[in-house]
Design a protein around this ligand. Sequence first.
Ligand SMILES: [Zn+2]
Length: 704
Amino acid sequence: MTSSAPAPASATLDPANPFASPSPLPYGLPDYAAVREEHYEPAILAGMAQQRAEVEAIATDPAPPTVANTLEALERSGRLLDRALRAFDNQLSADATPGLEDVQERLAPRLAAHADALAMDARLHARATALADAAASGDLDLDAGTAYLLERLLIRMRRAGVALGAAEQERLRALNARLTILEAQFGRRLLAGANAAAVLVTDRAELDGLPEDAVAGAAAAAAARGHEGAWLLELQLPTRQGVLASLRSRDLRERVQRASESRGADGGEHDTRAIVLETARLRAERARLLGYPHHAAYVAEDATARTADAVEQMLARLAPAAVANARAEAGELEALLRATEGADAELRASDWAFLSEQVRQARFALDDAALRPYLELDRVLRDGVFEAARRLFGISLAERTDLVGYHPDVRVFEVFDSPEPGRPGEGLGLFLGDWYTRGSKRGGAWMNALVDQSHLLGERPVVVNNLNVVKPPAGEPTLLTWDEVITVFHEFGHALHGLLSDVRYPSQSGTAVPRDFVEYPSQVNEMWAWEPQVLRGFAVHHATGEPMPEQWVETMLASRQWGEGFATTEYLAAALLDQAWHRLAPEDVPTSVDEVVPFEQAALEAAGVALAAVPPRYRTTYYNHVWGSGYAAGYYSYVWSEVLDADTGEWYRERGGLARANGEAFRRRLLARGGSQDPMTSFRDLRGRDPEITPLLARRGLEA
Ligand SMILES: [Zn+2]
């Protein structure tokens, strides 16, 4: 410890602080009527101090280690911190203020150090090891959930470096600190570089094809940067830029594409290549220090994939089918291109989205605007999302207007373990729905848990779903796009994982599963939006009560597969690139920035996904997932989860789909188990075998 370390905060907290004691409200819902912004920081600081004291007592307990005085005591520790931090994290993501963001910035390094100190405590490690030894020698009998808890604790501590010598731990801390700085630097440089690379248009005619609201947006963006009377096309994070689907000018499309793909590699002040190389080298060094051949192996071990080779094999099995379909799509698009541009015109990456959209409109003629009146939020929830859960899992939801959330738009529902709502308080847990967008909410959609289900602590779950649907004027219905309907089902799939959890230990509750598994139940839940029995129930015109025309459903299903060759190939190229960078030993990481782009090209060619017209979804130099955030060597997770999802969809279909018996099996064997056993054991319990890849290929239309 250095002299600059902050003094430990007092473990005592003003009893008037709403987090000071467990919430008196049903299911431990935070008392939002009483919570104010200034309550969070002191509660979190006191929570850390309290947990440090609790952990100290466990570590120095003179009694020999037992499950109760070590494992359970650890699970019981940190209740105040847990209460306050969960509420804080949720509010920061869903309704942030500058004040909360300041708290976050102040607390982030202290929370990281708090977690590290716990994971690297040699005394705790010795107690856990003694328990594992006793279990191995037969002196201690552990039930499966406890054995798995112990196994995971030891793995987590080893991965944090608890078993290293002092000098190595010192080096590990230095590597972690430097990597944190590099990740933040990458993010900032990428953002500044993307802003600088935005494409300025001075001739309105060049924007032909772009929708009026997008033209207005581009004019406003240009004006904001001092270019009155011009138009600025700002860049989005992936390679693919939204404006390319509508711009008719082939030259402008090409300029936008070049601006997108050259981000971070132009040699200027926003060049990210040196950061990429140092990050790759330090991650490789850290992996070696911890006993792994490379960073990809370190990441995979903690995921359901287990090994980097398993990841690579799965990606390699998908790639040929995806590439074959992308080539077929390219053939169609090139024919279309040549009809207007001449017989020897060659399809470029910048043409793809525009031509693909032409095909989609000609072939499927689906109009989002016509669809939306049939997709009203309340109806989608009641007769779609909740109804599917009722028929599958035998649960019901009832709104509790007597309970308030952290914002007036939040709605609170009590969830009952019966097909009809029971009496208040006899339920399974609470579900909070926060579907509307607001300036204080981050983008996207996600699920949070405010309270984890746990038999040890006697707690029932409280979970939140967040979306970013535009709120209509007062008194008007909330009409959704089809994508939003799918997102509502998806996020409720995460909510079900938390709500139907049935485990002893809070750290194993619900969604406490690896990253390459957690998207699986949520993706499975999307299938019920397409199920005719469910769809007919919720897709009803909000004003006339007419059901959605049957043939629209067919068209929607058919159009789902158009473009999957491109989408899968660009995704796989990025996932393979992520693996390639993180399968290097420290001494094999290129040393010159001039080697970055050639390394990328060689990796794509070696994997068979180097198509000129289908660049990776992210190129190395603007790959924020892997250099700017914690997704390094983990970008494969999306498709890994989708393999499990598609295979489970097949399992449901083989058994008659939407039926109570099927839902019960999925609930008991999979959702209820959470992280209390190896997740792939849960999958095999359900499926009766290892996952197969064919259902995913079929769904994406990628069969030979
Ligand atoms: Zn998700």
